[in-house]
Structures are given as structure tokens and as C-alpha cells.
Design a protein around this ligand. Structure first.
Ligand code: AP5
Ligand code: MG
Length: 210
């Protein structure tokens, strides 16, 4: 299986990827995580990426495709693509890459979430530095440390109401058209992301096990 998880900021791509990894022998590629790792390394490239990503804008397609190809080539496992492709140009580059590598996308799963939920979810997210768990917290009473491993929790710099709103606009303009690229491929399915994470995962499993 090579699965593309699509959806707006906060749709639950990372949350569902973690559940998929527990259930299936897959390799998870979150291009957001890849970029944040480069930014944390303090490299010159990382600094340039930070200028783009922390403002909620998209990294140029060519650079993103180059970074992705290296990771895809390094694994023989089926892949969860989380946050890629994000433009029609990236979708076309992914088609060409998969063909070159004699692999194929098997499922494109769009997790739908109403716009009014986006800022709410994004602004109450914390992530664990150690085990990478993604948490939705009560902002009036946030946990001091990660409930799973005791690790330090952090808030992404792009998780402010202004940046979340901007990211949603970027999503509408640049990423939503990717839907048309896959809609008639026979691999595209939409699911309701506005239900519990467990219920969303049940819907995903039904699609994968058909
Ligand atoms: P990326 O890290 O991919 O961010 P995003 O697409 O905005 O998505 P998020 O990670 O914010 O949300 P998610 O869908 O993973 O939701 P999550 O599971 O965490 O990209 C960041 C940036 O990197 C981009 O803005 C861009 O600058 C750059 N970038 C990345 N890829 C790129 C590319 N291909 N090309 C160019 N630039 C690129 O859940 C969110 C919150 O909701 C959590 O608190 C969670 O606990 C909660 N939650 C999840 N599911 C549920 C549920 N069912 N019910 C209630 N709460 C839920
Ligand atoms: Mg994510």
C-alpha cells in the first residue's frame, strides 16, 4: 500500500498516520516533519525553510520533490504520504517518481474537516519532543509534560490563529486543486474527519481492507 493522506491543516493527517503505523507495516513521510527536522538542525537550508514554513507558506515544489525522492528511495516499505502532494505540480512529480521507481499510489484518502474546526484544533495542539505524540489539549489546563512518556511538550510556531487562518487559505488555493488530479483515478475517497479519531480510523481501515 502507498497511501496519500490529504486534508486541510488540523484535519488529523498526523493523528491518523500514527494509528496506521501501529496497525500496518508502513513508512510514514510527513513533509512538514521533514522540514521541521531540517529547521531544527540550524543549517543554512533550515534557516531559509523557517522563513517560509513558520509563516504558513509553501516551500517551492522543486526543493520539496528533491527532498521527498531521497526518502522514498530509502525505503522498501509501503508509504503513508502525509502533507504531500500539496500542489498539482507536486502531484505530477509524484506520479513520475513512482513510475520511475516502479511503485504506485494505491489510495488517496481525503480527511474532510469543516473550516470552523481548523483554528480551534490547531491552536489547542501540543506535540511531544521525545515521542512525537500529537495532543489536543485543554488550553485552560494544559498538561505540563507528555502524558505518554513524560517528554517536553511544545507548540509549533505556525500554530497561531493568524497563521492557521493563512495556512487554510493557502490550502484552499494551492492544495485543494490536487483533489481534481486524483478524483477520477479510482483511488480517491473522502471521509468525515469531524468525528472521534477512533471513528476516523475505523473509516480508513474499511477503505484499506476493501
Ligand atoms: P504540515 O506539518 O503538514 O501541516 P498541515 O498540513 O498544516 O497539517 P497539520 O500538521 O497542522 O495537521 P494534521 O492534519 O496533521 O492534524 P493533526 O493530526 O496534527 O506542514 C507544515 C508546513 O510545512 C506547511 O504549512 C508548509 O509551510 C510546509 N510544507 C509541508 N509539506 C509541504 C509540501 N509538500 N510542499 C510545500 N510546503 C510544505 O491534528 C491536529 C490537532 O487536532 C491535534 O491537536 C489533534 O490532537 C487534534 N485532532 C486530530 N484528529 C482529531 C479528531 N478526530 N477529533 C478531535 N481532535 C482531533
Ligand atoms: Mg501534521
Amino acid at each position: 500500500m502507498n497511501i496519500i493522506l490529504m486534508g486541510c491543516p488540523g484535519a488529523g493527517k498526523g493523528t491518523q498516520s500514527a494509528k496506521l503505523l501501529q496497525a500496518y507495516p508502513l513508512h510514514h513521510i510527513s513533509t512538514g516533519d521533514v522540514l521541521r527536522a531540517e529547521m531544527a538542525s540550524d543549517s543554512e537550508l533550515g534557516k531559509q525553510l523557517g522563513e517560509i514554513v513558520n509563516k504558513g507558506n509553501l516551500v517551492p515544489d522543486e526543493l520539496m520533490v528533491q527532498m521527498l525522492e531521497k526518502i522514498v528511495k530509502a525505503t522498501d516499505k509501503g508509504i503513508i504520504f502525509d502533507g504531500f502532494p500539496r500542489t498539482v505540480a507536486q502531484a505530477e512529480a509524484l506520479d513520475a517518481m513512482m513510475q520511475r521507481l516502479q511503485r504506485a499510489i494505491t489510495h488517496v484518502i481525503m480527511i474532510d474537516l469543516p473550516a470552523e474546526e481548523v483554528v480551534k484544533r490547531i491552536c489547542s495542539r501540543k506535540q511531544c519532543k521525545k515521542c512525537k505524540a500529537i495532543l489536543g489539549v485543554d488550553l485552560n489546563n494544559p498538561p505540563a509534560v507528555c502524558p505518554s512518556c513524560g517528554g517536553e511538550l511544545y507548540t509549533r510556531p505556525d500554530d497561531t490563529p493568524e497563521r492557521a487562518t493563512h495556512r487554510l487559505e493557502v490550502y484552499r488555493q494551492s492544495t485543494l486543486p490536487v483533489k481534481n488530479h486524483y478524483q477520477n483515478s479510482g483511488k480517491y475517497v473522502e471521509i468525515n474527519g469531524n468525528q472521534t479519531p477512533e471513528k476516523v480510523f475505523e473509516d480508513i481501515k474499511k477503505i484499506l481492507e476493501k
